[in-house]
Design a binder for this molecule. Structure first.
Ligand code: ADP
Ligand code: MG
Length: 248
């Protein structure tokens, strides 16, 4: 077999997916009861992609996101993060993976009430290599004027933006968001999604966002529909839309 040298070699990080999942399955067992949460999921996610995960309650969205983030392990199948085989990782290696590479945002903000916005974000900068300055992360979520306030002085949407600042300050490779707007009204939720979209665009952080709201699917590069623990279909958007362009 002859190999033709490429004139413009494509850098490996452009073509190599961040995640490569093959045959991922998850069965939860408690006593006699078995719940099949995920079945044979195959999915590649490219660097810088914005993925929206849609599907009814119980369809396996959180299970998939938690496995991608190293919070849970599959019962079968393989998952690679770049060169790393996460399915072969020890608990200690998964902890390192989460700390160094993954930013999580959940429905509830889990901020420390006795610390200011800046202090909540700065906590993370103490435990990771090469964080961005806390003030930069706060600026990226539009909360500079509120940085000396305490969580109780902020609205739900603002608290969620602090949680996003806390997730991105470590410069994660991937931002995993599980129903980040689940506790917010719709205008506020839209603002939060706008912040996530802007971070994906400006810093190129790969983002996977779970939502119940099909209307935000237009923001994504690709929309992955889960049903019954399986990928039902994947749709690519030809043009990503800004959250402000979507009506919902
Ligand atoms: P989604 O996020 O789409 O609502 P989940 O991934 O949370 O769905 O759950 C998928 C299925 O797995 C559901 O039937 C759920 O009840 C079950 N499940 C999730 N976590 C557990 C667990 N820790 N123990 C037992 N069953 C679970
Ligand atoms: Mg869920």
């Amino acid at each position: 077999m002859s190999s033709t040298p490429s004139i413009h070699p494509v850098p490996a990080e452009v073509v190599a997916p961040v995640f490569c999942a093959r045959g991922l399955s998850k069965i939860y067992r408690s006593g006699e009861v078995e719940v099949r949460a995920l079945s044979e999921v195959d999915l590649d996610i490219a660097r810088g992609e914005f993925i929206v995960l849609l599907g009814p309650s119980g369809s396996g969205k959180s299970t998939l996101l938690n496995i991608l983030g190293g919070l849970d392990v599959p019962s079968a199948g393989s998952l690679r993060f770049g060169e790393h085989d996460l399915t072969a990782a020890t608990e200690a290696e998964l902890t390192t993976y989460r700390r160094e590479h993954v930013g999580f945002v959940f429905q509830f903000y889990n901020l420390i009430p006795s610390l200011t916005v800046r202090e909540n974000v700065a906590l993370v900068t103490d435990i990771v290599d090469d964080p961005m300055p806390a003030d930069e992360a706060i600026d990226r979520v539009g909360l500079t004027p509120r940085r000396d306030h305490f969580p109780a002085q902020l609205s739900g949407g603002e608290q969620q933006r602090v949680a996003i600042a806390r997730a991105i300050v470590k410069r994660p490779d991937v931002l995993l968001c599980d129903e980040p707007t689940g506790a917010l009204d719709y205008q506020t939720g839209k603002l939060v999604l706008e912040v996530i979209a802007r971070i994906n665009e400006e810093i190129g952080t790969t983002a996977v966002v779970i939502t119940h709201n099909a209307a935000i699917a237009g923001m994504a590069d690709r929309v992955v529909y889960l049903g019954d623990g399986r990928i039902q279909r994947v749709e690519a958007n030809r043009r990503k839309r800004k959250p402000s362009e979507l009506s919902w």
